[in-house]
Write a protein that binds this ligand. Structure first.
Ligand code: NAP
Length: 259
């Protein structure tokens, strides 16, 4: 117990303002718990109000925000609430995701509307929300605070799995967009990560692969701890004198799909 407390009290995430989309289930929920455990101030976003209330009840210090990141008109209200509740922003995690049609369909059988929904949730949502919060993130960077955006990717962004067309194409776009954001903003002190958390035992995975044995899948809590460490590594690169070599390493990792 003491050990856990020590880790949390010295964690670079302690005191940082962190917003997480998709924070009521699977990886997003595990991230809410992990960030809160490490002492961050946490706001999270999802659509279902009952589940938001349940998470907020479990973690009274966190701020639940109801909103749909796939809907353009909801982005600014979501961003305003994040900034209002947290008083600024240091870390944004885009974890909310749409699988596209389930059971998973071949591209030739995929409705255009389902493809649009995957793009709206997995690419346009993160793009719009990041854009709406960019002023706050660059302000954090200017004050010498952390400024990190983590976009949750997937191996489906790299591998051409039949049946994963809408989801895979959207995650590939998200991954590439993250790399471009990074190149454009690293000189301003805002770092972008794109990370594949691995196959996890979550409702999304059960929908996509109903026959999978959950005991063979990663626990979302394990993936959340790994991602929190990844964010800390990006923060450490900034604080280690912002060396050009650190930028190059991060860029290489993003390139390789490691981060
Ligand atoms: N599970 C895996 O094996 C796996 C593997 C690789 C990558 N990933 C990625 O990991 C991330 C988390 O996946 P997961 O498996 O944890 O998913 P999950 O259990 O289905 O959770 C998804 C979360 O996102 C929220 N959400 C969905 N659409 C939303 C929208 N339009 N606006 C706001 N919130 C929305 C959901 O709440 P509401 O429904 O209430 O909105 C829920 O809180 C995703 O980006 C996924 O692509 C997962």
């Amino acid at each position: 117990m003491n050990n856990v407390h020590n880790i949390a009290s010295h964690d670079p995430l302690r005191g940082l303002r962190v917003a997480i989309t998709g924070g009521t289930s699977g990886l997003g929920l595990a991230l809410v718990r992990e960030m809160a455990r490490r002492g961050a101030h946490v706001a999270f976003v999802a659509r279902n109000r009952e589940r938001i209330a349940n998470v907020a009840l479990e973690h009274p210090a966190t701020h639940g925000i109801a909103g749909d990141v796939a809907r353009k008109e909801e982005i600014h209200p979501i961003a305003m609430q994040i900034l209002g509740r947290l008083g600024g922003l240091d870390v944004l995690v885009n974890s909310a995701s749409s699988l596209g049609p389930t059971p998973l369909a071949l591209l030739g059988d995929t409705e255009c509307e389902d493809f649009e929904q995957a793009l709206a949730t997995n690419v346009l949502g993160p793009f719009r929300l990041t854009k709406a919060l960019l002023g706050a993130l660059t302000a954090s960077a200017r004050k010498g605070r952390a400024a990190v955006v983590l976009n949750v990717s997937s191996d489906a962004a790299i591998n051409a799995y039949p049946g994963w067309g809408a989801y895979g194409a959207s995650k590939a776009a998200l991954h590439h967009m993250s790399r471009i954001w990074h190149e454009e903003l690293v000189s301003e002190g805002v770092r972008f990560l794109s990370a594949d958390p691995g196959d996890m035992d979550t409702p999304l995975h059960a929908l996509a692969v109903p026959d999978a044995d959950p005991t063979t899948l990663k626990r979302p809590a394990v993936a959340a701890a790994e991602l929190a460490d990844l964010i800390n590594a990006a923060i450490a690169q900034r604080t280690s004198a912002d060396a050009p070599s650190a930028h190059a390493t991060l860029a290489r990792n993003v390139e390789a799909g490691i981060t």
